[in-house]
Design a protein around this ligand. Structure first.
Ligand SMILES: *[C@@H]1O[C@H](CO)[C@@H](O)[C@H](O)[C@H]1NC(C)=O
Ligand SMILES: *[C@@H]1O[C@H](CO)[C@@H](O)[C@H](O)[C@H]1NC(C)=O
Length: 401
């Protein structure tokens, strides 16, 4: 269950309160928009059409493996974890399992967060995250709750993204290793290569009874705390640079931004921008969607145009897995449909709640967004047999997108 603060009175109070807090360096150093090199039209098409292919139904591929009841600590949860792990092992990513026990209203349970990083030695990262647990219900038939939008579909987007990005990340790594990194037009691949991609699958987002501070977001609370106490070695580039406000940088300092996906995969989501400092990233994602639509690379269902709201910071804040990270100074882009899907926390949140065109569209939006954020252009994919023009890259800042 998610806790929605939408009171017009509360929201300004919260903003006021936040503005009184001293800025943390994690926020200060990285909130500034970075230069984004927009993908050319050819690269956009290449990425949209890259493997894995579009889905034709809701039960094929990764998603089919995730669409089972998978409450915390269940056998089905283990099956889902093993499946996710197998995908990343095949792709050659670094895996960190983060198991822990916690008291819950139904007793002590075993939780596991799953953390996958393409390059664990990179000093910085963008994290894309979703929760893989489904909400626990004690009795039949409610205990067959699937949580298709909540958040099986977002987890499957992350698996698609890992597959689509791996060849691009690999060829960048090869170029940087053999000294042929791209350097042109204000773009230095060596700099871009300092930021890697991490995909985070959180356990125990859902409350077992009613959403409270202690009965919700178990995995996120555990991990944010753990990372805040995991200090970087003195040789880490972030330790070496001047850190006036943050003399002992932790793993949290290595996070450029946490992009949290939740309640997605159905038709007509409404995506608002909740944080001033990541509004430019909301704009970047919205622009990716717009360019994909204009190029005819995504199927737009009737009555569906833009999903990304122009209203800024209007709809209040939504309690979710990002909160314990954000409270410790991590920048957050919260990609959640608001209003929630109308099947929310009901048995109706199963495969029938999902829209195949919407999910294919999300997969492509996330590919473009991630590639542009990381400065990954698919030019090195010549080995796949597709010819990609080397030139004609427009250099634009996020503001101009
Ligand atoms: C585990 O998943 C299967 C579907 O594969 C489902 O039929 C079964 O009820 C689930 N088990 C529990 C305990 O929820
Ligand atoms: C460097 O790596 C890239 C990417 O794999 C490859 O295309 C290129 O041929 C390599 N160059 C040299 C000189 O080995």
């Amino acid at each position: 269950m998610l806790f929605l603060l939408s009171s017009p009175v509360l929201f300004p109070l919260i903003l006021h309160f936040l503005s009184l807090l001293p800025p943390t360096s994690a926020r200060q150093d990285r909130s500034a928009p970075r230069d984004i090199h927009a993908l050319s039209a050819d690269h956009l098409r290449y990425l949209a059409e890259a493997d894995p292919p579009e889905w034709e139904g809701t039960v094929e591929g990764h998603l089919g493996k995730l669409l089972i009841p998978r409450p915390v600590g269940s056998k089905n949860s283990t099956l889902v974890q093993n499946y996710i792990s197998s995908v990343f092992k095949r792709l050659g990513w670094h895996e960190e399992q983060n198991p822990f026990k916690s008291e819950t209203p139904i007793g002590e349970l075993d939780f596991t967060n799953l953390i996958y990083t393409f390059d664990p030695d990179a000093p910085r990262k963008i994290i894309i995250a979703a929760h893989f647990d489904s909400k626990y219900f004690p009795d039949y038939p409610a205990n067959q709750f699937i949580g298709a939008t909540d958040s099986a579909a977002p987890c499957s987007f992350m698996l698609d993204l890992a597959e689509a990005m791996t060849p691009l990340l690999q060829s960048r790594r090869d170029r940087l290793r053999n000294g042929t990194g791209i350097l042109r037009d204000g773009f230095d691949e060596e700099d871009a290569g300092e930021t890697t991609l991490q995909l985070l699958f959180l356990d125990g987002e859902e409350a077992f009874k009613d959403w409270t501070n202690t009965d919700s977001i178990y995995g996120a609370r555990h991990l944010a705390h753990k990372w805040s106490e995991s200090f970087l070695p003195p040789t880490h580039p972030l330790s070496l640079s001047a850190r006036r406000f943050d003399p002992t940088p932790s793993v949290l300092s290595t996070i450029d931004v946490l992009v949290l996906l939740d309640l997605l995969g159905h038709r007509s989501p409404r995506i608002h921008s909740y944080y001033r400092e990541t509004d430019w990233l909301h704009g970047l994602m919205s622009s990716a969607d717009k360019r994909l639509r204009e190029a005819g690379l995504v199927e737009v269902e009737s009555g569906e145009e833009g999903w990304f709201s122009e209203n800024r910071y209007g709809p209040g804040m939504i309690g979710d897995d990002h909160v314990p990270f954000n409270q410790r100074g991590v920048s957050v882009l919260h990609v959640i449909s608001n209003p929630f899907p109308n099947v929310w926390h009901s048995l109706g949140d199963d495969a029938s709640a999902l829209s195949v065109p919407a999910m294919n569209r999300w997969n492509k939006i996330l590919r473009v967004f991630t590639a542009e954020y990381l400065g990954l252009a698919p030019e090195s994919s010549a080995s796949s047999g597709k010819r990609i023009p080397e030139d004609g890259e427009a250099r634009r800042s996020a503001d101009e997108l």
